[in-house]
Design a protein around this ligand. Structure first.
Ligand code: HEC
Length: 151
């Protein structure tokens, strides 16, 4: 009886041990794959990306808008940090800073149109001249700083 029982147990064991090992291997690899997924979703880049719109809204709400709040050299500062990249050297067809002849056709459009061009972007110029944190008022002061130099 005991012998019969033992042989049955071993037969079962011979089949079931690799089977259990296989199930274990499959389930653990599934777990590893999904764990990696979770880990990559928690990477600082992914988290930053998810937080970004919230941060932008907060920054946007706090943006100073009046020229008085922005200070007298706001236009120059923004020009130097965001626009000089293209406009200092006339990159990609940008009207060069201080180059009166290059600015003539642009000045003729008037401030409102120039502001709209910068807000929406124009040909090689990205929307807002690439300054996503600049308020409309800041962009206007920056354009004024640039155009005053060629009047
Ligand atoms: C990536 C390069 C680039 C950057 C950065 C850039 N510009 Fe420009 N900008 C251009 C180009 C190119 C043009 C000429 C577009 C055309 O007329 O085809 C232009 C044209 C303009 C004009 C004339 C628009 C018109 O309607 O004629 C203004 C004003 C201007 N830029 C202001 C700015 C201001 C202000 C900034 C910074 C906030 C800025 N740009 C940043 C490339 C740039």
């Amino acid at each position: 009886m005991i012998v019969k029982c033992l042989t049955k147990f071993f037969k079962f064991g011979l089949v079931s041990i690799p089977l259990i090992a296989l199930i274990f291997a499959i389930s653990s690899s599934v777990c590893l794959a999904s764990c990696n997924q979770i880990q990559s979703d928690l990477s600082s880049k992914a988290v930053e990306k998810r937080l970004l719109p919230v941060g932008q809204v907060t920054i946007g709400a706090d943006l100073p808008t009046s020229p008085a709040e922005l200070g007298p050299d706001a236009g120059q500062k923004r020009y130097e940090s965001n626009c000089a990249l293209c406009h200092a050297g006339g990159l990609a067809g940008a009207p060069k800073f201080g180059d009166k002849a290059a600015w003539v056709p642009h000045l003729a459009k008037g401030m409102d149109t120039l502001l709209q061009s910068v807000i929406k972007g124009l040909n090689a110029m990205p929307p807002r001249g690439g300054c996503t944190t600049c308020s409309d008022e800041e962009l206007k002061l920056t354009i004024k700083y640039m155009t005053d130099k060629v009047k």
